[in-house]
Write a protein that binds this ligand. Sequence first.
Ligand code: GUN
Ligand code: ZN
Length: 682
Amino acid sequence: MNFEIKYKDAMGRIGILKTPHGNIKTPALMPVIHPGKQTMDVKKYGAEIVITNAYIMYKNEDLRERVLEEGVHSFIDFPGPIVTDSGSFQLSVYGDIDVTNREIIEFQEAIGTDVGTSLDIPTPPFVKRERAEKDLEITLERAKEALKVRDKLMLNSVVQGSTFTDLRSRCADEIGAMGFDVYPIGAVVPLMESYKYSELVDVVMASVTHLPDSQPRHLMGAGHPMVFALAVAMGCDLFDSAAYILYAKNDRFMMPTGTYKLENLIEMPCSCPVCTSYTPEDLRKMEKDERMKLIAQHNLHVSFAEIRKIKQAIVDGSLMELVEQRCRAHPYLLDGLRNLKNYTSTFEKYDPASKNSAFFYSGPESLARPEIQRHLKRIERLPQKENLLILPRSRKPYSKNIHRDLGSFYMKVPGDDVNVLSSDLSRPDLEEIFRDLQIVVVDVPFAVIPLEIDEVYPLAQNESPLKNDLDALKFVREAAEKYMKGFKNVIINEKVLKTFGDFKTEWCNLCDFYSEVKIGPDDLRVSDEERIRYVADYQFGEGSGNALFGDKNQKKGIKIVKSRKTGKIRHVYDGETLIATLRASDGVFVLDREGARRLHSHLEYPKNRVAVNADAEPFAREGKSIFAKFVIDCDVDIKSNEEVLIVNQNDDLIAFGKAILCGHEIMNFNTGQAVKTRKGGL
Ligand code: GUN
Ligand code: ZN
């Protein structure tokens, strides 16, 4: 196996792809090298891997002999990994080519290509279904044949199926099951050329969701830096670009925010060596060939800079923030971004549980991010109280920054069919309500934030504008209304009503009934006992808090130790035994041995577990990390960066640690680390 994941964000990954000519880091851009014509040394701009065309070399007798003699690496003068395409693109342009699938595979093997490609049929978008189906049969047959013909050659197998998402998925399933090294997504150039980014999203998602997670995916012909971030976020790892040279031939400068024509420029568009050495006027005066080379250099500089920026964003956990910025470069890219909201549940499976950077709300599109969906699902696992009190937004963490002057509170009491405050409610009734009260903040974009979990990532680690947009207000109001349905009495602060509207119910001013009632920060404290149990339930599932720390009323020796510097909860002990530590950066628990034991006996198999085979058991017990190839089963709902239990095939707890991959990936991968073990010795 030849691919492993190092970092993840959204559905994007930083990976290592191993080839006979070295390992490369993905996401990677492969400049297209024209055999026999190339004059630019793409290594200078950051290329670690390139792609060239086997068919062009094959059909020209002179080129063919030379490349067969000296090998493709020497022939195009590139020592690193080389991918070759098969002539399918020529087939799609000229309708016919002069080579069979078998011949072109054998040729690619003979010239020493690192990753070869079978002769797939690039079916254009929006064709008749019959054509797409017929083409697909041929593509699949040729993929199968390629596996038989090749000896050691690593192989691409291209996903086709035109714009029929079910055909794309079927193709991905079938070639995925055959076991190739890289999975390109083909025939998307026409979609990108016509700016049909929404359709591109459908095609890529239909393909990626049915391809194995364990191999890299190549978005074929994607060479404009404008789309890299969006494509990486959907799980694409490789790009190829002839665009750097094709755009340069037309005096076009590529930027991650769009394309500029030389004739319109009064200033150079970036700070690359070309843009800082020449003026647009200098370039306009040059010979065509010289100018083209310089613009191509600029195009490569910005394309590789964008790839670097994306990799940094993955490590930082800010890939979606970058995607949201990039997709504002063109309204049709924004359509692509908006279409992602149809795939939130898929993104949620892959998106890490915590990240190194805060969630930034950049507009209504951010409402479709998986973090929000995950949060609204997870609050359903928290302990259910009878009554609810809703606070307005304040500085985060909310519980430490409740407004001094909250003004009036309103209340509704459920009647048979009208919600009016019963006029015979008395002060003791109110005290009764406070005895079993859930306090939440209602805010954009996470909607409902119970105070007990207000320091858990990303509920404290997010920012949204102070001026709300209508989509956000509607989204939050609807989520809050749904949440309120679970409570008997609801008390709401006037600022919340003012911001979010009337919540479609009648509210009565509590102060009209109780002139003496004043609810202030002192009434609105959450206890440490509640906080640790809520965080555990939110993190591990219903009842986990009580399983780890005992029922809060029993108070049997649970000791909460706080940081002297910050006053935040740090450790929870039972007597002298450490159960878990609350991590300051993301507000969730890191287990210790006793915590792992208690959680293991509480959660039913396979919840939160990664099961390893007998070979790996002794290593896990010693605290060594878990490699994916030793995993025999796991909870597919595990997210990367989550705390997980490591068990053997009999579900005996042997260690615990932090997941590097999500559950789907752990099952799918046979290379690389799956779990970073914290402690064995159980
Ligand atoms: N280059 C751009 N699109 C395609 C495609 O669909 N198949 C192949 N083999 N190469 C391509
Ligand atoms: Zn430049």
